[in-house]
Design a protein around this ligand. Structure first.
Ligand code: PHE
Length: 344
């Protein structure tokens, strides 16, 4: 029997085989040792009992100690195999890449932070009041049609001003900021906006804007021009020029659209600027006194006789696409690794 056990022990090479062997010999119900003691030892004639008992105990001691020794040394093997050699160089894990949109977003924010601006946020689900009315788009005003709005259904029983919609621009956060804080204000608000636009290479129903707002005593159109000119030079390079064209927004007066000289061809004309030498990038203007009027319902300090301000709004996606040569906006929202890995 001992020889049979020793052979089994030599042949058991894995922890599983060792466990099978242990059960075969030491198992409490069907193990050989149990059977031996209950059948064989008990049935032995009285005069042989002593000798058989001794031989049984010797066999049992041998099996128990050999199995323990085997388990111990196999255990050591497992520890050896799992030991960590701390002198080996580590395995490098690939880092994720910053999304081009977020990279552009951060670059823009940083430039304004360096000019003393803080960063604000506001809700993407807005009320009609903040998205339109307080920005001087009265109910039924045709300028509302310039922003194809996605509305939340089932609110027909509420007064118009309380009805919810997906914000079409970041401008409502101008109002929310001023309601929370008396002047002076210098803030940029990057964020997601939504419009009911059909998707194509340059349009997506979701896109991003960064809003800027500066309110203080004696803020003039020159401050607006100087701030945006500095911003464009910081973002695109110091040789970039800006020019302002008359425009219209209900919440600014006067309003302007801003173009920059094409940073790719230096204004000579190339594909990126459609051979015009100029690229239109944002809308801006002096905060309309009517907007301060709405804010004054909560913050009387916004008295248009004492303070003035400028605001601007710019699409982030378009800047990112231009900077990184991305021709289709849907790539920005695809999550396609083949696209994203190019920015690692
Ligand atoms: N909110 C405007 C838009 O989405 C942009 C803008 C912001 C214009 C601030 C002027 C001042 O078109």
């Amino acid at each position: 029997l001992q020889a049979e056990f020793d052979l089994g022990l030599r042949e058991a090479s894995t922890p599983e085989e060792l466990e099978d062997l242990r059960l075969k010999w030491e198992g409490r119900k069907q193990g050989r040792l149990t059977l031996l003691s209950s059948l064989w030892l008990k049935e032995a004639p009285a005069e042989k009992k002593k000798e058989i008992g001794q031989r049984f105990n010797a066999l049992k001691d041998h099996i128990v100690s050999e199995l323990q020794r085997a388990a111990g040394s196999r255990g050591q093997n497992v520890l050896d195999a799992e030991a960590i050699d701390i002198t080996q160089p580590g395995t490098r894990r690939r880092l994720g890449a910053e999304h081009p949109l977020i990279r552009t977003w951060n670059e823009i924010v940083k430039i304004f932070q360096a000019m003393g601006y803080s960063v604000g946020v506001g809700p993407e689900v807005e009320t009609d009041y903040y998205n339109f009315e307080s920005l001087n788009f009265p109910p039924g005003h045709p300028a509302r049609d310039t922003q194809d709005t996605l509305v939340i259904t089932g609110q027909e029983r509420k007064p118009l001003r309380d009805r919810l919609l997906m914000r079409t621009h970041t401008s409502p956060v101008q109002i929310r900021t001023m309601e929370q804080q008396p002047p002076p204000v210098r803030i940029v608000i990057p964020g997601k906006v939504h419009r009911n636009d059909a998707a194509d290479a340059t349009h997506s129903p979701i896109f991003h804007q960064v809003e800027g707002l500066c309110v203080d005593t004696n803020i003039t159109f020159s401050d607006l021009k100087g701030t945006l000119d500095h911003f464009m030079k910081a973002l695109f390079g110091s040789s970039v020029k800006t020019r302002f064209f008359p425009s219209f927004f209900p919440f600014t007066e006067p309003s302007a659209d801003v173009q920059i000289s094409c940073p790719f061809c230096g204004g000579k004309g190339c594909r990126k600027c459609k051979y015009s030498g100029w690229i239109e990038l944002l809308g801006c203007g002096m905060v309309d006194p009517a907007v301060f009027g709405f804010v004054q319902q909560k913050q009387p300090a916004y008295d248009p006789k004492k303070i003035s301000g400028f605001a601007f709004g710019m699409g982030i996606d378009r800047v990112a696409m231009m900077s990184y040569g991305i021709s289709d906006i849907s790539l920005m929202y695809s999550g396609d690794l083949r696209f994203l890995e190019q920015f690692a």
